[in-house]
Design a protein around this ligand. Structure first.
Ligand SMILES: Cc1cc2nc3c(=O)[nH]c(=O)nc-3n(C[C@H](O)[C@H](O)[C@H](O)COP(=O)(O)O)c2cc1C
Length: 434
């Protein structure tokens, strides 16, 4: 542990109405939300969460970095008032405008009208849309900042890092130069509420850290890597995120973990010498299953393509999502049931929102009885996920004949050709397959 920030354990507990010093001249003025069990609809949390906000005191004024969710504003203002007066606040930094961090901003700006607001360039349109001042009030004044910009509080300097899309377009980090403190926003955060607050004091939150990354940061791996290249060279004593424990014990290992998690899809490809195609299907009477096998056989005829086939009925979604992240192409087969594709197919497609699918190839197929909507619906969804659908979907009425199984093999070959570039980027229509 860093000796500069070490203290006895009882003085480090969060108490109502009291700020907590986390580094010399730096106070946590956030709020605890221990009973929350679902965050933003999509995230579960066994321990609730925290909304972390910070106050930095310099010889020439005070800075407030981030605020809290609106319902927790009273906690925030009480903690702020325990260490500073509103007329001392010269600087307000919002690293991310999501409502769980900007909820108390309008009221803070009313109480500290002399303060200047610092946000990233990409935050400007959001500021107007999220924080609508009362009609009788003037619009918020603000200054946009990027990497290399800094603001001085006398003996303290806040430097800004442009780290967009982690996980909204507006996100940035702020670095307190003299103390080596990184106010990282949601980066390196997690939903884990513990009044012991520091990573070396609170319960084991490693699963919450990885879970938060998987659902919030994973879609933005390339942006994570760019942000890490700005953050890693900094001398770091403490990382202060907007959710969860404050990272003072070996803060660098959290950077390393982000690098590992963001690199995985590049290093863990099944096979660097082949393009990889994954085929998933559901089938009640075996018709779509037979199509899937024939498509696999056709695709495997192409040198340089390695194919894997899975019955979705027997699998768990999370490991499949990992496989898809490192694959080159995805083919989904569903029968049409009551005018729709079947639920496991939609569940799989919905799970793919956490990975970057841009540039991957998609294809759909399935057996049907009379209307056969499933294939077109899956293709539309794939396009919506920014996948390229190079081969028109293949539908077969009820039980595939031998000739129709030949069509399936041709479909597999066409998809493989698109993967290897042999199709010259053309979309293949069903009529071309014979
Ligand atoms: C409950 C039920 C509902 C169905 N609804 C439709 C439908 O809306 N449109 C359609 O084209 N076929 C429909 N079908 C027919 C199936 O798509 C057809 O039997 C198909 O061959 C099943 O393929 P599978 O063996 O791969 O499951 C339905 C079948 C069942 C059992």
């Amino acid at each position: 542990m860093n000796a500069a920030v070490a203290a006895d354990s009882t003085s480090e507990l969060v108490r109502p109405g009291e700020a907590l010093e986390v580094a010399p001249g730096v106070h946590w003025i956030g709020a605890l939300d221990p009973t929350l069990r679902t965050f933003d609809i999509i995230l579960r949390t066994a321990n609730g969460t925290t909304y972390n906000a910070y106050l930095v005191r310099g010889t020439e004024g005070v800075a407030v970095i981030d605020t809290v969710k609106a319902g927790f504003a009273d906690d925030f203002f009480a903690r702020l008032e325990s260490v500073a007066r509103y007329d001392e606040i010269r600087v307000i930094v919002l690293n991310h405008l999501e409502p769980d961090h900007s909820g108390a901003l309008p009221e803070l700006m009313r109480r500290a009208p002399q303060a200047r607001l610092y946000i990233s360039t990409r935050a400007t349109s959001m500021l107007k849309a999220l924080l609508k001042p009362n009609e009788d009030e003037r619009p918020f004044e603000y200054q946009t900042v990027g990497t290399g910009d800094a603001v001085s509080l006398g003996d303290r300097t806040l430097r800004f890092l442009h780290t967009p899309f982690l996980h909204w377009p507006d996100t940035q980090c702020t670095y307190l130069v003299e103390e080596g403190v990184l106010f990282s926003g949601d980066v390196f955060g997690c939903h884990h509420c513990d009044s012991r607050l520091f990573n070396d004091r609170c319960g084991d939150f490693r699963f919450a850290f990885d879970y938060y990354y998987a659902h919030i940061m994973r879609p933005f791996k390339t942006h994570v890597m760019k942000a890490l290249s700005l953050i890693e060279p900094l001398p770091l004593k403490l990382v202060a995120p907007t959710h969860g424990p404050i990272l003072r014990d070996r803060p660098r290992r959290y950077l390393t973990r982000y690098r590992e998690l963001s690199s995985a899809s590049f290093t863990e490809r099944l096979d660097d010498t082949h393009k990889t195609l994954l085929i998933f299907y559901m089938s009640s009477y075996g018709n779509t299953a037979r199509m899937a096998e024939a498509i696999r056989d056709g695709a495997e005829e192409t040198a340089g393509v390695r194919v894997s086939l899975y019955d979705l009925e027997g699998g768990e979604l999370a490991p499949f999502v990992d496989l898809i992240e490192s694959a080159d192409a995805l083919a989904l087969g569903s029968p049409t049931i009551n005018g729709d594709a079947v639920k496991p197919i939609w569940d799989l497609l919905s799970s793919l929102a956490v990975i970057d699918l841009k540039g991957k190839l998609g294809a759909a197929f399935g057996s049907y009885g009379w209307t056969g909507e499933a294939v077109r619906m899956i293709e539309d969804r794939m396009r919506g996920l920014k996948m390229r659908v190079p081969v028109a979907g293949l539908r077969i009425k009820l039980i595939p004949t031998e000739a129709e199984l030949d069509d399936c093999r041709a479909f597999g070959r066409a998809l493989a050709a698109a993967m290897t570039g042999a199709d010259a980027g053309q979309t293949t229509e069903l009529a071309d397959l014979a």
